[in-house]
Every structure is written in C-alpha cells, then in structure tokens.
Ligand binder design. Structure first.
Ligand SMILES: Cc1cc2nc3c(=O)[nH]c(=O)nc-3n(C[C@H](O)[C@H](O)[C@H](O)COP(=O)(O)OP(=O)(O)OC[C@H]3O[C@@H](n4cnc5c(N)ncnc54)[C@H](O)[C@@H]3O)c2cc1C
Length: 135
C-alpha cells in the first residue's frame, strides 16, 4: 500500500537521493527538487566510510561505489611547477576500518537513488517524478 503522504526534498546533493530511496522504500511519495538545471557533472569528492558506507551497501551500491570510486593511496602537495614538496601515504585510513573506505565524486552520488532503484528491480510499485526542475 502506498501512503498518502508526499514529502518534498529540496536538493539533489549528498542527502537528497538516499533520503528519496528510503522514503520510497517506506511507501511514501517523495518528490526531489533541485534548482540546478541538470545533474552535476563535476564537484568535489566525498569519502565514504562508517555509517555512510554501511548505508550505501544497504542500498545495493557497495560494489559499484568500490568499482567506480577512488581508492586513494597517497596525498601529494606540489608546488606551482607540479613538483612534489610534501605528502603522506593514506592507506592507513582504510586499513584501520577493514578496507571499508572509498572516495566518490559528487556526480555519482547525485544519481545514486536512481541506480539503487534499478538494482531493486520492481521493488517500487509506482514511478514518481523524482526530479522536478525548480528555478
Ligand atoms: C570540499 C568538501 C569536502 C567534503 N568531504 C566530505 C567527506 O569526505 N565525507 C563526508 O561525509 N562529507 C564531506 N563533506 C561534507 C558533505 O559534502 C556535506 O555534508 C553534504 O554534501 C551535505 O549534503 P546535503 O545533501 O545536505 O547538501 P549538498 O550535497 O550541498 O546538496 C545540496 C543540493 O541542494 C541544491 N539546492 C540548494 N538550494 C536549493 C533550492 N532552493 N532549491 C532546490 N535545490 C537547492 C544544491 O544545488 C545541491 O545540489 C565535504 C564538504 C566539502 C565542501
């Protein structure tokens, strides 16, 4: 049964897509709005570990995030000529938490709700407009 409640979610950033996913799983009717004219194609990267990593796995996205994400081994600080002047290894972070650590570009997160639902097949009975453009 689909609940009558609709929920308006503002922003197709990090929080919006997973919130849409879980509200739909709970039979609500979320509508996700975004003021940008298109899905992000750039943006910064976000480290996934701990609870965020667990939730991505529960959405069925763990393998994909690990496949397309970055597994950063080293941080380099360079001068204006690109020559390394300092740096440090970063493998200690994932090692401390059993490898459950991946770095994801924002553009991937923006479409994660749609990817997660594709994995669930017919899990959702209704197709709602997920992305309405608001200017
Ligand atoms: C450089 C940097 C690195 C970071 N690294 C990490 C990290 O490694 N790990 C981590 O856990 N967190 C990290 N964070 C924090 C993390 O990015 C934020 O906590 C997270 O993005 C917040 O999610 P959000 O969905 O609330 O906002 P956002 O991801 O900022 O998304 C907000 C969305 O709402 C849209 N929007 C804004 N106003 C409106 C409006 N009026 N109507 C419709 N849409 C609107 C925006 O266009 C945007 O798409 C980092 C942040 C920065 C800046």
């Amino acid at each position: 049964m689909t609940r009558a409640h609709t929920v308006l979610i503002s922003g197709l950033g990090v929080a919006g897509p997973p919130l849409t996913f879980w509200l739909k799983a709970a039979e609500f009717q979320p509508i996700l709005i975004e003021h940008a004219p298109a899905l992000r194609s750039g943006g910064y990267v976000v480290d996934f570990w701990g609870l965020g990593y667990d939730i991505a796995e529960r959405m069925g996205l763990g393998d994909e995030f690990n496949r397309i994400g970055y597994h950063i081994r080293e941080m380099r600080i360079v001068n204006q000529h690109g020559k390394q002047i300092a740096g440090f290894g970063t493998t200690v972070f994932p090692e401390l938490i059993g490898g459950r650590y991946v770095t994801i570009a924002q553009r991937v997160i923006a479409s994660s709700d749609q990817k997660a639902r594709r994995r669930r097949g017919n899990y959702f009975r209704r197709r709602n407009p997920d992305l309405a453009r608001v200017e």
